[in-house]
Design a binder for this molecule. Structure first.
Ligand code: HXC
Length: 535
């Protein structure tokens, strides 16, 4: 299909000889018609877009933004390219850009328009995106990009690549200053995929969205492997395997509604607070169900989401990366009306062990919360790091260090609750006192130690057990002695590592009181260019 050129406005200058002079009304009417034609777009291309199961850029913005709030910029912008298939010069240049509000709060947006040159990005298209990104940063407002594009506009050559570079540089410059959300609603091929990769949160829609650096044809040419678009880079691939997409939805309506929901939990920038829903008596709210949710036996699985439900207001939370690294939970919710980030081990998946994806997922979430002043609540029930060659060869030391680093540098209010157990390095990493938590609470059931009793007795008493008359009896005695001496919360509480040992039912109230106590926490950033997080 050939993109249709939008007609140019008739000159507003002198009328032909003999014709009646043009009035202001004539000029206004012509301008209005031109504008209407540009906004209406190319009907045939729009039908093709709908036939693909996709909405147009403007329909998507209508879903995302408060009604009537969109202020468009650069409607008239057109490319200056020539040659190949660039004989037409459609207005907008394939991206609708501007600003609007979500629940009354300002955001800046761009929506790529696949009906114009396949939404491909050339010089003018990129310049429009640069402009809204600059305005977002200048006004301290979130940036939301709706991606539906064939990538770099081939006919504009290196200027397209230059345009992408300008976007990436701006994303990085705005990182940690304004929230950045990338929504993939169609193809997002080649280097274009780095916009979602650099954003704070990426959304994808099943079946219609694909993201990959090299498409199926290139994959086949290089390696002989045959793979389809969806199998290579569909929403479930990035939501469940690669971890590039934080949220996956079945359709655009649900997806854009969730973007609005996410924004409602976030501050507009790193200086403002997230919108408050107002206090709701959380500090006196007892939750006896918590004692039933968590089994007392350390190895019995349960769903940590049920604990999160009891801790946050109205049991409501938004899970980030729900289907990736499911052995750790990262969620945004509210406690006593204020946004918090919750990190929790998930005993129902791989016993809640920490592995490479879990460490990466939690580390990025902790850093996001820290950058945007969102307090952290860490719910700990962790048997340790996952052992094995897979993990060691894959660099669990390096990846686990990301989580350690993220917590160590976080200056937001931090509350740790050790629900049942915490062993070894995983105890330290999950926001322990030693790495700077502000308030550490433990349930009376829990075990915290360098290692479990079995392993500890083997290391400490190997010789004695080898020569014992009755090794089994001696082992049982030593295990009991070890547990009695070390594996109870009082051991840590006596030494100030837990600030309190609480009844499970008091967890929500104790977390709410702790966060209230820490609300005015302030910390100066260290005077350095930046740290060197192990990437
Ligand atoms: C110019 C493009 C284009 C592109 C699509 N079009 N991609 N025009 N540059 N990159 C045009 C098509 O020519 C077509 O124009 C219209 O958009 C619709 O495309 P179709 O192919 O008909 O649509 P569809 O079958 O749905 O396929 C979509 C697609 C495919 C999978 C995205 O178009 C495609 O593979 N495009 C190329 C993807 C790519 O390799 N991009 C460059 C990646 S490299 P007409 O006139 O026929 O309607 C890159 C580098 C960035 O992006 C580096 C940054 C660091």
């Amino acid at each position: 299909a050939t993109p249709t050129a939008t007609p140019t406005a008739p000159p507003a200058g002198s009328p032909p000889p003999g014709a009646p002079p043009r009035t202001m009304q004539d000029v206004r009417r012509d301008h209005e018609r031109l504008r209407e034609r540009i906004v209406a777009g190319d009907a045939a291309a729009i039908s093709r877009q709908h036939a693909l199961g996709k909405r147009t850029a403007r329909e998507r913005l209508d879903l995302l933004l408060d009604e009537g709030s969109f202020v468009e910029i650069d409607l008239y912008r057109r490319h200056l390219g020539t040659g190949l298939k660039l004989r037409t010069r459609p207005h907008t240049d394939g991206v609708i850009a501007g600003s609007g509000t979500v629940d009354g709060r300002r955001v800046f947006v761009y929506a790529q328009d696949f009906t114009v040159f396949g939404g491909s990005l050339g010089e003018a298209h990129a310049a429009k995106i640069h402009k809204v990104m600059d305005l977002a940063l200048a006004t301290g407002s979130p940036i939301i990009g709706l991606n539906d594009s064939g990538g770099a506009r081939i006919q504009e050559g290196v200027m397209s690549l230059h345009g992408y570079g300008g976007i990436f540089r701006r994303i990085v410059a705005a990182s940690g200053i304004v929230p950045q959300i990338s929504v993939v609603l169609g193809p997002c091929a080649g280097g274009a995929a780095y916009s979602p990769a650099l954003a704070d949160f990426t959304f994808m829609v099943r079946d219609t969205a694909q993201m990959y650096l090299t498409g199926p044809d290139v994959v086949h040419a290089v390696s002989g492997e045959r793979v389809g678009h969806d199998e290579l880079g569909g929403a479930d691939v990035h939501g469940g395997r690669s971890g590039v997409a934080a949220f996956v939805h079945d359709d655009e309506v649900a997806c854009l509604e969730e973007v609005r929901h996410l924004l409602s939990l976030l501050p507009s920038n790193n200086v403002d607070a997230a919108p408050s829903a107002g206090p709701c008596d959380a500090t006196t709210d007892l939750r006896p169900r918590l004692a039933e949710v968590v089994p007392v036996e350390p190895n019995r699985p349960y769903d940590m989401r049920q604990v999160v439900e009891e801790v946050v207001d109205d049991g409501e939370f938004l899970e980030v990366h729900r289907d990736w690294a499911r052995n750790v939970i990262c969620a945004l919710g509210r406690v006593d009306g204020e946004t918090v980030g919750v990190v929790g081990n998930q005993p129902s998946v791989q016993a809640g062990v920490l592995d490479i994806p879990a460490a990466e997922k939690a580390a990025r979430f902790v850093r996001f919360c820290d950058a945007f002043g969102i307090p952290l609540v860490t719910l700990v029930d962790v048997p340790g790091f996952l052992p094995g060659t897979d993990q060691e060869y894959g660099g669990i030391i390096r990846h686990g260090a990301k989580l350690l680093y993220a917590y160590c540098e976080a200056t937001v209010p931090r509350v740790q609750v050790v629900v049942r157990k915490a062993y070894g390095g995983a105890y330290i990493v999950m926001d322990s006192r030693s790495i700077g938590t502000d308030l550490s609470l433990a349930w009376p059931t829990n075990e915290v130690a360098v290692m479990g009793a079995d392993g500890a007795v083997n290391v400490l008493f190997r010789r004695e057990l080898a020569t014992a008359a009755d090794p089994a009896e001696l082992r049982a005695e030593l295990i009991a002695e070890y547990a009695e001496a070390l594996m109870h919360p009082q051991y840590a509480a006596e030494r100030g590592l837990f600030d309190d040992v609480i009844d499970p039912a008091e967890t929500r109230a104790a977390v709410a009181k702790g966060l209230a106590m820490l609300r005015d926490k302030r910390a100066e950033p260290p005077r350095r260019k930046h740290g060197n997080i192990p990437l």
